[in-house]
Ligand binder design. Structure first.
Ligand code: ADE
Ligand code: ZN
Length: 334
């Protein structure tokens, strides 16, 4: 399948941090709108700073960038820019992470964040027919009580939020640190996902499964180091939201030719392809398919499986999944 064929396939994106879709041009525009000084003189200087050797290098610059987001309109504009790019890549459904603590810690209310994202969700549905859901991520470098407080602040907005997630600095912050918070999220009726096995060891993936009782694993690359864990993930049909360009930029893999995606599929794992933080890692979901497909030589059947997994691994209803798969099958025949 070539680039255009891949973009024509209707697909879901399940691993996208909305703050990670902040392109430098919009960062500058919002900084100007809000009278915020950026530590970079130009858009080019910002892009030149995007050289990372590990997750934390990226996170430091990502949290700094998010500081330009202040008003409901800012969050609306951010999400609308993502939806436009996603639509161009054939995304018909997106399950979007947001990091409320990055904003509430600066005095931006939860309602401002969710309000702006929600108005963009409605606009994307109307303009592009693109459906979406929000996933509230807890920052794992902060303590569990702060996470529980954040869940409480989200209570008025639960109609928009489908799941809880766990992101930020993985090493030293195992899933077990958030056992109570995830228990609470479950009681609130939320689905559960967690970043695990991006930089962290297979043990963190076990904890996400056994202690947090997650419905999906975000990344999961390092699960491949543990055959028993691979068998567990395979037997449960656990969805892995894999992010090839992110893995390359954050040195989780040495080269795209060494990316484990094909191996995951060969092992019977339910992998999907996603963009993570596209403004920082060099491309949206279409580019992630292009890069990994070229790197490891995916067959057309494997690409179709990855796209099918994006729907069956989503939090859409069974009827919605069936409808999306039927239009995917139609596109595959065409
Ligand atoms: N926050 C945004 N992107 C992330 C990633 N790839 N891993 C952990 N936390 C993140
Ligand atoms: Zn991520």
């Amino acid at each position: 399948m070539d680039t255009d064929d891949i973009r024509r396939l209707p697909k879901a994106e399940l691993h996208l941090h909305i703050e990670g879709s902040l392109e430098p041009e919009l960062m500058f525009a919002l900084a100007k709108r809000n009278g915020i000084a950026l530590p970079f003189p130009t858009v080019e200087a910002v892009r030149a700073a995007y050289e990372f050797s590990k997750l934390q290098d990226f996170l430091d610059i990502y949290y700094q960038g998010a500081g330009v987001l202040v008003s409901e309109e800012d969050f609306h504009d951010l999400a609308m820019a993502y939806f436009r790019r996603a639509h161009a890549d054939g995304v018909v459904h997106a399950e979007i992470f947001f990091d409320p603590q990055t904003h509430t810690e600066r005095g931006v209310p939860m309602g401002t964040v969710v309000g702006g994202l929600a108005s963009a969700q409605r606009a994307a549905e109307a303009e592009f027919g693109l459906s979406s859901k929000l996933i509230l991520c807890l920052l794992r470098h902060l303590d569990e009580d702060a996470g529980i407080q954040t869940l409480k602040q989200a209570e008025p907005f639960l109609d928009r939020i489908v799941a809880v997630g766990l992101d930020s600095s993985e090493l030293g912050h195992p899933p077990s640190k958030f056992a109570q918070a995830y228990q609470r999220a479950g009681e609130m009726g939320l689905k559960k996902v967690a970043h695990a096995g991006e930089e962290g060891p297979p043990e963190y993936v076990w904890e996400a499964l056994d202690i947090l009782k997650v419905d999906r694993i975000d990344h999961g690359n390092r699960a491949l180091e543990d055959p028993k864990l691979v068998e567990r993930l395979r037997a449960e049909g656990m969805t892995l939201t894999v992010c090839p360009l992110s893995n390359l930029k954050l040195c989780v893999v040495d080269a795209m030719t060494a990316h484990p995606l094909k191996r995951m599929l060969d092992l019977g794992l339910k992998a999907t392809v996603n963009s993570d933080d596209p403004a920082y890692f060099g491309g949206y979901v279409g580019s992630n398919f292009d890069a990994v497909s070229e790197g490891v030589g995916l067959t057309d059947a494997q690409i179709a499986t990855l796209v099918r997994n994006s729907f069956t691994g989503s939090f859409l209803s069974e009827a919605e999944v069936a409808a999306r798969i039927s239009s995917l099958d139609q596109a595959l025949r065409a």
